[in-house]
Design a protein around this ligand. Structure first.
Ligand SMILES: [Zn+2]
Length: 473
C-alpha cells in the first residue's frame, strides 16, 4: 500500500467500511483485529489512491474516429463544429468507464452545448445518468459562452467568407440569464446560498464554467463572481494557445471581474507570464495541467516548474484529448515529466503522482476525501500489477513501469468498478461503444462534407488569427 505522500507498507491490507477506509496496516495485524471481515485478494499487487481527472469533456469516442485531425487550437475548434452530436448519456458512460479503467475515479466534466435551455437541461441530466451508471465520482461544470469563440474578436463580419458564417455566429440558443436561471433551478439555489452545502444536481457537485475569459462578457463574469462569493466553485479555460496570449491580459481581467480566488480552477495556463503565475499563486487559484492535449493542439508546454515553484496547486486533466487513447494516467504523467524536463524544470515522480491524485482534491468537491490511503480517506483504490518484486519498490517505480494495462482492480467510494482489468459492466460498455460508433458511421457523409467545406476556409482562418494576434514571444 502506498501513495504520493506515504511510505509504502509491505504485506499490507486495507480495511474498508462502506465508502471509507477504516484502517491500513500489516495484513496479519488487521486480520487478527477483524476476523470476520470479508477478504478480497490483492496478492502481488500495489494499492494506490485512485487518480483524479480535473478537466474532461466526457467524450465517449476519440475525435480522430470522427475524422477530426489534431491541429493548432483555433483551427481544431472550428473543426469541432463538424462533429456528430452524440447521445450525452452514452458518451458520459463510455468516457467514465475509460477513465475508471486507468484508475481515475473522480472527474471534472465540463458540459457545453449551444442548444436552447430545455435541450441543455436534458443534456446535463443525461450526462449525470451516464456518469452514475459507470460508477465514477464527478463534479459537473456547466459551460456558458456569450462572446465569439471561433474567430478573433477583431474579425469584421462582412469580410467573413460564406462558408465560415457559422463560425462568426454559432447561433447560441440560451441567453446568460436563462443559463443562470437553469443553474439555480438545477441546484435549488436557496440551499446553495448556505456555503456549507455545495450546490448539487442529482448527487453531483455543480461548478460554474464560463468557458474562457475571452468567451464571456463582463456581465456573465459579474454574475459568476456574485455566486463565487456565495460559495460556488468556478472553472474555466485559460491561455491555452499563443494566439490567446495576444487577446489581452486575461489573468488581470479575471482579477478585475473578482473571480480570482481559491474557488477558481483554470485549465491549461500554458502561456501565463511570471507575473500572472504570481497572481494565481497569491489568489490560491488552482491550475489543471493538460500535457497531452497541449501537445496535440500545438499549445506548447505549460511552465509547470514555475507554477509549482510559485506554490500554485496543479492537478492533472486529460481534456478528453490525452496523449494516448484510451486515456492512460501513467503515459500522461510520463509525458508531463518529459515536457517539464525539456523546459529545464524536471518534476520528480512523487510530485507527478501528487498532481494526478491529491492535488485534484483541492479542486473537485466529489474528490475531497481522496488522494491518500489512510484511515478516514475515501475508499478509492487502484490495484496495480507490475510483476514479481515490484511490490517492494517505491511508488516512483509504478510511474516508470505501469500502463493502463497494469490496472487490475479499482474501487470508487468502496464499490468495485474494475475487476480483472475490466469494468464490471463490460458488456453494457461494449454495447454503448458500438452504438456511439454506429452513430458516427451513419453521419460520416455529412461530416465529411462539413470538414471539406472547413478545409477550404482554413487558410483564411489561420490568416485571420495570425493578423489579429501576432505577438512576439
Ligand atoms: Zn477543455
Amino acid at each position: 500500500v502506498c501513495g504520493p505522500d506515504d511510505e509504502p507498507i509491505l504485506d499490507a491490507a486495507i480495511l474498508v467500511e462502506g465508502d471509507t477506509i477504516e484502517a491500513v496496516a500489516r495484513y496479519e495485524t488487521l486480520r487478527q483485529s477483524y476476523p470476520l471481515a470479508q477478504e478480497l485478494d490483492a496478492t502481488r499487487a500495489i494499492a494506490f489512491p485512485a487518480f483524479i481527472d480535473a478537466h474532461s469533456h466526457a467524450r465517449g469516442i476519440p475525435l480522430l474516429r470522427q475524422g477530426i485531425q489534431d491541429a493548432p487550437l483555433e483551427v481544431w475548434l472550428a473543426r469541432l463544429t463538424a462533429c456528430t452530436p452524440l447521445d450525452p448519456e452514452l458518451e458520459a458512460f463510455v468516457a467514465a468507464a475509460d477513465l475508471l479503467l486507468t484508475g481515475v475515479t473522480a472527474v471534472g466534466v465540463v458540459f457545453h452545448t449551444f442548444a436552447g435551455v430545455d435541450s441543455y437541461k436534458r443534456g446535463v441530466e443525461a450526462s449525470a445518468r451516464g456518469l452514475r451508471r459507470a460508477g465514477v465520482r464527478a463534479d459537473l461544470a456547466l459551460g456558458i459562452t456569450d462572446q465569439p469563440e471561433f474567430l478573433p474578436p477583431s474579425a469584421e463580419l462582412p469580410k467573413v467568407p460564406e462558408a465560415a458564417r457559422h463560425l462568426a455566429d454559432p447561433s447560441r440558443q440560451m441567453t446568460p440569464s436563462e443559463y443562470f436561471a437553469l443553474v439555480d433551478a438545477l441546484t435549488d439555489s436557496d440551499r446553495a446560498t448556505d456555503s456549507r452545502n455545495d450546490p448539487m444536481f442529482d448527487g453531483f457537485p455543480v461548478t460554474l464554467a464560463p468557458l474562457a475569459p475571452q468567451w464571456c462578457s463582463p456581465g456573465v463574469w459579474r454574475q459568476v463572481a456574485q455566486r463565487e462569493q456565495r460559495g460556488w466553485q468556478v472553472h474555466t479555460h485559460l491561455l491555452e494557445s499563443v494566439r490567446q496570449r495576444a487577446l489581452g491580459p486575461l489573468v488581470g481581467e479575471l482579477d478585475t471581474h473578482g473571480v480570482l480566488s481559491a474557488r477558481l480552477s483554470v485549465a491549461h495556463a500554458v502561456w501565463v507570464t511570471t507575473q500572472e503565475t504570481q497572481l494565481l499563486a497569491r489568489a490560491r487559484t488552482s491550475v489543471v495541467h493538460c500535457p497531452g492535449s497541449n501537445q496535440r493542439l500545438a499549445g506548447g508546454s505549460a511552465p509547470l516548474g514555475d507554477l509549482l515553484a510559485a506554490g500554485v496547486n496543479v492537478a492533472l486533466g486529460f481534456d478528453s484529448h490525452s496523449a494516448s487513447e484510451p486515456p492512460d494516467v501513467f503515459a500522461e504523467l510520463r509525458l508531463l515529466q518529459s515536457a517539464a524536463e525539456r523546459r529545464g524544470a524536471p518534476v520528480a515522480g512523487r510530485e507527478a503522482l501528487r498532481i494526478a491524485s491529491s492535488n485534484g482534491t483541492h479542486i473537485l468537491r466529489c474528490a475531497r476525501q481522496m488522494g491518500a490511503l489512510r484511515p478516514g480517506s475515501a475508499a478509492d483504490v487502484v490495484l496495480l500489477e507490475l510483476g514479481e518484486g515490484a511490490t517492494a519498490a517505491p511508488p516512483e517505480y509504478a510511474l516508470a513501469h505501469a500502463s493502463r494495462r497494469s490496472v487490475r482492480a479499482v474501487w470508487c467510494a468502496g464499490r468495485q468498478v474494475v475487476q480483472n482489468g475490466r469494468h464490471v459492466l463490460d458488456r453494457e460498455i461494449r454495447s454503448a461503444r458500438q452504438r456511439l460508433a454506429a452513430a458516427v458511421r451513419k453521419d460520416a457523409p455529412r461530416r465529411r462534407e462539413a470538414l471539406n467545406a472547413l478545409a477550404g476556409i482554413e487558410p483564411w482562418l489561420r490568416d485571420c488569427w495570425e493578423r489579429a494576434t501576432t505577438v512576439s514571444v
